[in-house]
Design a protein around this ligand. Structure first.
Ligand code: SF4
Length: 107
């Protein structure tokens, strides 16, 4: 393979998997690197209302993405779609939910 072949070889980027890591890099770190490379993957957040205990941390961190009902149970706004400029806030909410009730997926 010649070095000039590299410029023509398409680069396949695997879809990120969204698993809370036990060790190693976090989802947020993966997204940070992708942002630095100008690669933005559409993100959607989800709240498992069975796990939610109403701490309201998610709403405090990202009130435009989450809301709580009268019992303090969180849900997502806008069907969970996260604008590209709010992905960091969404990831912060994921990382700060003590019940691991928030997950993200590709939109
Ligand atoms: S931070 Fe987690 S447990 Fe607390 S309200 Fe939000 S989703 Fe529910």
């Amino acid at each position: 393979m010649k070095s000039s072949d590299c410029a023509r070889t398409p680069v396949r980027i695997e879809r990120a998997t969204y698993v809370r890591p036990v060790g190693g890099v976090t989802q947020g770190e993966i997204r940070f690197v992708l942002r630095q490379l100008a690669i933005v993957i559409d993100m959607r957040v989800h709240v498992d209302q069975e796990k939610c205990q109403g701490h309201n941390r998610c709403v405090a961190l990202a009130p435009d993405l989450f809301e709580v009902d009268e019992y303090g149970t969180a849900s997502t706004k806008n069907d969970g779609v996260v604008p590209p400029d709010r992905q960091e806030a969404a990831q912060l909410a994921v990382d700060n939910c003590p019940e691991y009730a928030i997950t993200v997926t590709d939109a």
